[in-house]
Every structure is written in C-alpha cells, then in structure tokens.
Design a protein around this ligand. Sequence first.
Ligand SMILES: [Ca+2]
Length: 357
Amino acid sequence: MKISLSVSFKVMLSSCVIFAMMGELFAQEVPSCCVEGVVSRGTFLAQQNDKREVFVGKDSARMLFIPGGKFTMGSSRFQDANVLREIELSPYWIDEHEVTNAQFAQFVAETRYVTVAERELNSKDFPGVDPALLIPGSAVFSPPKEANGLNNHLQWWQYVAAASWKQPEGSGSTIVGREDHPVVHVAYEDAEAYAKWAGKRLPTEAEWEYAAKGGANSDETYYWGTDLKKNGGWQANIFQGKFPEGNTADDGYTITAPVKSYPANSYGLYDMSGNVWEWCSDYYQPQYDSIEQKNPKGPNASYDPQEPGLIKRVQRGGSFLCNDSYCERYQAGARGKGEINSPTNHIGFRCVADVKE
Ligand SMILES: [Ca+2]
C-alpha cells in the first residue's frame, strides 16, 4: 500500500535521498631486471589479503585485512569532498562485501531486533501530521512513467507502508531468492546494532575511502580507473538509460544485485561502488577538514546547510540508482549523506573490525 507523503515525511525522506610493504614485496618476488609485465600493486595486495584473511565476528562475512598506511583522502571533482589531505590509518579488517539479507536475518533471529522501518511511529516526532498517516514503512524507489525534470525527487520516491528489510517493496514482497543481495531499508542505528552484535563496528569515512581506493593515492574518476567500463564490462551495479523511468539494466540489474556480482577492487572488496549506499560512522558536514590526520573519526556533530535541523551521517559508494545524468556519486571519492532515521531501499552497509594487538 502506498500512502501520500505529508510535509514532515517529505522532509524526512528528502534527507535520505539527497543525499613500505610494497618495496619489500617487489624486492622479494620480482627480479629487478623485470621492467615489463610486472605484477600489479593491486595483485600483490590481494595476495596479502589471501594470506591474511580471517573470519571475525558472529556473522559469516569474510573480512579482509587492510594494511595501515597513508593516502590522499578526498576528490577534486566533488564540492563536498574537495579538501584533499593526507590521512594515516592503522590496519583494520573490513567485510569483503555488503551485509546480505541472509546475514541480517541471522542477526534478527538471534536478537529479535526490530528495525526503525518496522517500529510504530510516534506522533510527537511528527507534529502536524495526521496520525492515520503514521504507518511503519520506508522509502522505495518507484519511478513514474515519465518524470517531469529531475528537480523533484519525490516523483520517484514513495513512502511505502510495511516496506522493510524483509519486505523491500512493502506488503507481499519478500527477500526469498534475494538472500545474497545486500540488506536494505536499514537506518543508521540498525546498521550500528548489527555491527555491535557481530563484534564489529561501522567504518569511519576515512577507512571506507581508503579501502575503496585500494591502497592507491589516485584521484581517478572511478575506483577501478579512468574508464567507466573495463574490457567492455560493467564494474558496478549502477543505472543505465534515462533516469528515472528508463532503466535499461544493461549491467544486469534493475535494483540490487547479489553481492560479488562485479569485479573486486585491488584489495579484493566488492561493490565499493554502486549496488547500495553504505553507512559510515562519521557525522556529515560538507567541506569538513579534519584536524586529525591519523585515524580521523569525523566531526563531533552533523551539519548540512541544505537541511540544518537534521542529524546526518555519511554514506559512501553510491547505489544502483547512480548515473552520470543525475547522481554520479558512485564515482571515486564522492560522498553521500543520510538522515539517521530515514532508510530506503538503496541503503545498506558493511562492517569493519579493529586489528587486535
Ligand atoms: Ca543496474
């Protein structure tokens, strides 16, 4: 059942939518005379991952080791990421793919956790809204037959009653057959609760970006290089065709894709671009220039000039709705933001874990 959006819901929903190791390796494994056909840095790093992979936490997610190091954080191509600075990170583990429906189901089965989208809505939180409209649910991408321009995103987002992680399109929909798709409709605290249960945590924005860039200091257009496609193949689940109504799904998927459907990056991580947005633990602020150069955790509070009254956390990576005509924030270094209690069907997450000394 679809319900009309009240002004308060529009505000709520709009907020979520707008939203030295190498030297040693070469010395050991590559003869110094070899100047052509040298194995790539990424291959070496992936080998390191293969050697050091472990399973951490209660869920079954395979985590990969990200060696500590320095990198250039930010992107000169996006206004709110255009503070390029050198950041240093300690080593950490990161899930090789986004948390799946099957994994989230295990969490719910063990904890009886109820997500934000499934909870009753309190009229105190939505002053002026007809109580009859306060029905648990979430925002679902529902493109019109033909959009009238791209300025009003409420043309393609609907607040759908009963939409949740286990009913992604509302009543009657199911995740059966989508067990290996990323879980969606998770609010920030849902993701945080899962991470805590699994003995993990959500990544900082710096950790997320360092992992996505694959250990490189590049400011390239895509996490995989300068061209959208590689050898003619799509590298991520994004949107092809005329947005929002003409998705050709040339990459094989209209909405979410099973995790690991596209090539991994040089650290062996999947879907760092596209598929679903991923929550990070940092509060969102545009142009935030951290004074912390090592293991930055972001600002102490959020501030989005577009909606200054709302609390927002960073989201990264873009989703199956990203495309170059409307939202190109699946590209390298781009940032996203989301109001903490506004899940949608293109927001998920993955976890990280500290390396125990
Ligand atoms: Ca797609």
